[in-house]
Design a protein. Structure first.
Length: 286
């Protein structure tokens, strides 16, 4: 049977999530797999992070989800649907409290994990290998803490903006249309974690605790997402705060404690709001 252009479009509309995921992985891994091959085994992690070539490949690949989401939305649904997607990035006054949750939850859980490791295992509360310790050495503790909100704001325009039109703007609402918010979140979390696999290999991080943490935080992001009726500025804030938590508060190659703390928060959310919507509101679907 020979497919016509219209038949291909109808198939793509019927399998939007599958098409989005396939194109996103192809786009991103075209940049990230070469970077993993080139930088795997480098003894100094800082040499990887600061390499101009690695930064360029990482940034180009990170744009995959949003580029694919924008292109698919425009192609499959037209300009009006694309405007509606982009409109969801606008801040809304009635969500101010949720913006606070989005910005503070990941750092709060990370600080709790740091405290647990300090008390249970005798580790320093702030690891000397963390970005926060390096910042404190340069500008003092007051300066390091004071500059964290600036770092958070700057993160909004990096991977959060490059990714969130895709993960939470395009994929999650379509996944939630066919299953519960919890099931959709667990699936998206595994996908999101696997999507990062080339970078995890390049950094030399242990993948299992990383994946567990990403899955847990995906569920927590869905709680905030559905509570905010699909507002994507909430997701930019949450994603940015997660970046600050993982990349600045924690040392490289963190273990299981941060993931287990985030997983405990997931259990609380599921207990309080149920798996269907993970929220007091109906889950946001398209």
């Amino acid at each position: 049977m020979r497919y016509t252009g219209g038949g291909m479009m109808e198939w793509a509309r019927s399998h939007q999530t599958t098409v989005f995921l396939a194109l996103t992985f192809v786009f991103t891994w075209a940049f990230w797999v070469p970077s993993a091959v080139m930088f795997t085994g480098v003894a100094d992690p800082d040499a990887v992070i600061t390499s101009p070539l690695f930064v360029a490949l990482q940034t180009l690949g990170a744009a995959g989800p949003s580029i694919v989401a924008v292109g698919l939305t425009r192609t499959l649904h037209g300009k009006a649907a694309l405007r509606a997607l982009l409109k969801r990035f606008r801040p809304a006054r009635h969500l101010v409290g949720w913006y606070g949750v989005a910005a503070a939850l990941a750092p709060a859980l990370t600080l709790l994990a740091m405290a647990i490791e300090s008390l249970a295992f005798g580790k320093p509360f702030v690891s000397p290998e963390s970005g926060l310790a390096e910042m404190a050495a340069e500008m003092g503790w007051f300066g390091a803490v004071a500059v964290l909100p600036v770092v958070l704001a700057s993160q909004l325009f990096s991977s959060p903006l490059l990714e969130e039109a895709g993960w939470r703007g395009f994929a999650l609402p379509r996944m939630q249309a066919h299953t519960s918010a919890l099931t959709a979140s667990l699936a998206l979390g595994v996908i999101w974690g696997l999507w990062h696999l080339p970078l995890v290999v390049a950094y030399g991080d242990p993948f299992a605790p990383y994946l567990a943490g990403i899955v847990a935080y995906t569920v927590l992001m869905t709680w905030v997402f559905n509570s905010g009726s699909g507002n994507l500025f909430l997701m930019l804030l949450f994603h940015a705060s997660l970046n600050v938590s993982l990349n600045i508060l924690l040392p490289l190659r963190s273990g299981w404690t941060p993931a287990l703390v985030a997983g405990s928060a997931v259990l609380v959310v599921v207990f309080l709001f149920g798996r269907k919507n993970l929220s007091g509101r109906e889950r946001y679907v398209e």
